[in-house]
Design a protein around this ligand. Sequence first.
Ligand SMILES: *Cc1c(COP(=O)(O)O)cnc(C)c1O
Length: 366
Amino acid sequence: MDIKKLVRNKILKLKPYKSARKIGGVGDVWLNANESPYNNFFFLKNNYFNRYPEPQSYLILKRYVNYLNNSKISFKNILISRGSDEAIDLLIRAFCNPNKDKIMFFPPTYGMYHISSKIIGIKSIIITTLKNGNLNFKKIKKNINFVKLIFLCRPNNPTGKILSKKIVLYLLKCINNKSLLIIDEAYIEFIFNKNLLKYLYLYPNLVILRTMSKAFSLAGLRCGFVIASSFIIKILLKIIAPYPLSSPVIDLVSQALLKKNIVFMRNKVLTINSNRIWLIIVLKKFFFVKKIFDSSANYLLVYFYYSEFIFKYLWNNGIILRNQNKNYFLKNCIRISIGTKLECLKLIMKLKKLSYNLKTRYFCVK
Ligand SMILES: *Cc1c(COP(=O)(O)O)cnc(C)c1O
């Protein structure tokens, strides 16, 4: 029997998401997954594992509401998910009819919107951004029919660009309540005072995604949030797995949302942002750095001359970055997550050596 014939055709052909971990690499400087370089040291408070966990932890909801600090948002407006990746999947499954509805997004951007829609069998309308990273409203308006969900990553991964509130509000006006606008705020902690929480109240079709994976340094726990109207949250609760979060995750995430640990997170954000500013200044001096994109997040997108060569050279020397070569418009671009000062320094030392070798032509490929 040919089991291959049993598999959905789309899945047979699917190229799965290439996460940083899957791509692999060997070395001691990991600047490829936009993780935080700083660990929290939490311990489990609860050691009972014979019972199922709470489907939605009330303690986490309560503390996350406090953290959001917006009087109009209550626990009824929040869903806790296994990372925001699960939230993306839930939204598509809950709102899109197969063979009819579509999602829309604006590359170059985060890859999971496309992959999730492909897995579920929902068509994607891909409207690439303009050269300056702004939205192509003409094309958006022309292609909006049957689009149920629009994904907008803000700040955008991998460019680091944050679209203005004005542009988001104009987008909301264009879609005229016919679709949900999902703002992926995975990196919002890295830019002060730019979140769009206050618009949730005014626009019932607005959805915000958050994660514990980036600024909160908890990528290993897999925990994210959907913030939206209580109606949308109720719909998503219908289809989420019965026990999406394991007891240890609930235990540790609720600790991370304590006041003192939020202060720790905010301090780390300040450190990472100052590392970023410093790294920009140093990188600019290399003759093979053509352009550094403005970034509002914990990574930099850099256009290199000899980018393939530089990426490989660093890779072979244990400095693992994220090649964006295959992404829309991003030929020759490499994304560098901001690490500790020491990690950034190791990157710079290697680039200095490379720069010297290239200039003096003593270079041989190892
Ligand atoms: C990292 C990332 C996510 C995924 O976050 P998880 O909560 O770890 O699933 C979502 N969106 C963007 C833009 C990201 O960069």
